[in-house]
Design a protein around this ligand. Structure first.
Ligand SMILES: C[S@@+](CC[C@H](N)C(=O)[O-])C[C@H]1O[C@@H](n2cnc3c(N)ncnc32)[C@H](O)[C@@H]1O
Ligand SMILES: [Zn+2]
Length: 171
């Protein structure tokens, strides 16, 4: 039996590889062509609250994906960090979107050398602000935890927002 099956928390497509990224640290890259709609990654971990995520971030760094107003999915123990990490960096010109809250799918056909990225606007609702280093031509410079409210992004990512944000946008 493949012991990787037992220790793995998240799923990464066999068409992906984690390596050094020009955006930040390590990133997730395609190693083969990926068709629009293909599942690229599924985040696994524990379901924790915003308060609990602060403690996790202090110990493990940024490892979580937001899945609700006060809910996140993340590793909580040191040994769970690597098996849970997706390594998808943020890009203002992303090629991945969300199906539901933890499944990342290709938003378009992807070539087998591209970095696999999502836009934090698709997943995050918080009060943070980050200088973006995505390098894309349409980079918005500063990322905020309220970018999901931007009308142009709501239009561009329609159908690819995390389900909890799609529900807020529809309201
Ligand atoms: C889940 S990690 C992604 C993997 C990360 N590159 C690594 O090596 O661990 C998310 C963190 O990566 C960094 N990051 C990702 N995309 C970024 C971007 N476009 N601009 C600035 N920082 C970014 C930020 O520090 C963020 O907190
Ligand atoms: Zn950017």
């Amino acid at each position: 039996m493949d012991t990787n099956l037992i220790t793995r928390l998240s799923y990464l497509s066999p068409k992906t590889q984690v390596r050094e990224s020009p955006i930040h640290g390590r990133g997730l890259f395609a190693t083969a062509n990926i068709a629009k709609g293909e599942v690229v990654a599924v985040k696994g971990g524990h379901i924790i609250t915003r308060e609990e995520v602060r403690d996790v971030n202090a110990r493990l760094g940024p490892v979580e994906i937001q899945i609700g107003d006060d809910l996140f999915i993340a590793p909580v123990r040191d040994e769970e960090r690597e098996p849970s990490m997706l390594y998808s960096n943020h890009s203002c010109d992303p090629n991945l979107g969300l199906r539901g809250e933890i499944t990342f799918v290709a938003m378009r056909d992807i070539r087998g050398s591209e970095e696999l990225t999502h836009d934090w606007a698709m997943t995050d609702d918080d009060d943070s602000s980050t200088k973006c280093s995505c390098g894309s031509r349409n980079c918005r410079g500063t990322l905020t935890g309220k970018d999901w409210q931007r009308p142009e992004l709501q239009k561009r990512y329609a159908g690819y927002f995390s389900a909890y944000l799609a529900e807020k946008i529809a309201q």
